[in-house]
Design a binder for this molecule. Structure first.
Ligand SMILES: [Zn+2]
Length: 345
């Protein structure tokens, strides 16, 4: 035994204890520096070897180097174990537990008004109509004047129309699209114009922005019977069944004669005197229409002596409420997806 045996044993015991306490790569690195670094007890022991008696030196040197080797080996072994543990923990963090219940997914749906618009366009495409679109910011000519709406007409009232300071306005109906289409394409023409329109109204049954859909057909020798036939095809297509209809005389500046279409109540077919949809009348107002006024044709660049035709307009929001049994118009504008989906039949 040499005189450094006690020192070696102490270092060995210290090392064993500290190694046991090192649980991470950082802690292990600290232990490594403490026991193998330049300032470690082992290094200073090595320096002391020269001062030992010559016959002790070889055995002492061997003992120091052997401890050094075993410390290095122990650190390497522990390092491998710690790295394995750490990578397993990392993996666990990113692991997908396939036994957990799914979080669920918010399924979207087509908005009732968009769905209805698609349906109507498709029905009318079957009888030769194509879609025409126009700007929502209009001028006085296309929104009023060309449609035979004189300056004194109540529709021009500031109460009803959103005006811009420069005289432009938010279109109050989709009819300006008809004017633009006639001026662009002339006759014959069959178009359907869906879109947003704006009026200064806001209450449970009116929204300042709502959706209209208009149709225009201008050809030769068109009669009121053609118009009725077209609207019946449309209504039957929308509600997927034949419905009784009736027409009432009405007035619009841009048509002459003008009519309003009622269909039988889609809820009760007139059989429930306390029906909340038709209020017991058995009828629902669904569209305004008429034979296009000669002035409107003229303003659209079409000769009323050669061509005539009809136009109609309907409120898509109201029809969507009827078709999908919605009870409050405002849900169409509030984006409450669960309600919109659950309210549909
Ligand atoms: Zn009813």
């Amino acid at each position: 035994m040499t005189s450094i045996t006690g020192d070696l044993q102490r270092i060995k015991d210290d090392f064993s204890e500290q190694l046991r306490g090192a649980d991470s790569s950082e802690e292990l690195q600290t232990v490594k520096v403490a026991f193998l670094g330049k300032k470690s007890a082992l290094t200073s022991l090595l320096k002391r070897l020269g001062s030992l008696p010559a016959d002790e030196r070889p055995a002492a040197g061997e003992a120091v180097n052997s401890l050094r080797d075993s410390i290095e080996a122990a650190i390497l072994e522990k390092k491998a174990a710690i790295e394995e543990e750490e990578s397993a923990a990392d993996e666990l963090k990113n692991l997908v537990d396939v036994t957990l219940p799914a979080r669920g997914r918010g399924w979207g749906g087509i908005h009732p008004v968009a769905q209805l618009t698609q349906d109507v366009v498709e029905i009318l495409a079957g009888i030769g109509f194509s879609v025409a679109l126009g700007p929502e910011i209009e001028d006085d000519f296309h929104n009023f004047e060309a449609l035979n709406i004189p300056a004194s007409h109540p529709a021009r009232d500031m109460q009803d129309t959103f005006y811009f300071p420069d005289g432009h306005l938010l279109r109050t109906h989709t009819s300006p699209v008809q004017v633009r289409a006639m001026l662009k394409h002339g006759a014959p023409i069959r178009i359907v114009c869906p879109g947003k329109v704006y009026r200064r109204d806001s209450d449970p049954t009116h929204s300042p922005m709502f959706h209209q859909l208009e149709g225009l057909l201008v050809e030769k020798d068109i009669s009121v019977a053609d118009m009725k036939g077209c609207l019946e095809v449309l209504m039957e297509g929308i509600f997927s069944r034949p419905l009784k209809s009736r027409y009432r005389a009405s007035y619009f500046p841009f048509t002459e004669p003008s009519l309003e279409l009622d269909i039988e109540c889609v809820e009760c077919s007139g059989r429930n005197p306390s029906c909340r949809i038709c209020k017991g009348t058995g009828w629902l107002e669904v569209a305004g229409m008429g034979m296009v006024h000669p002035n409107v044709l003229r303003n659209g660049g079409i000769d009323p002596a050669v061509y005539n035709g009809f136009a109609w307009g309907l409120g898509l929001d109201r029809i969507a409420m009827l078709k999908y049994r919605l009870t409050d118009l405002r849900v169409l504008f509030e984006g409450n997806v669960p309600y919109l989906l659950s309210g549909r039949v």
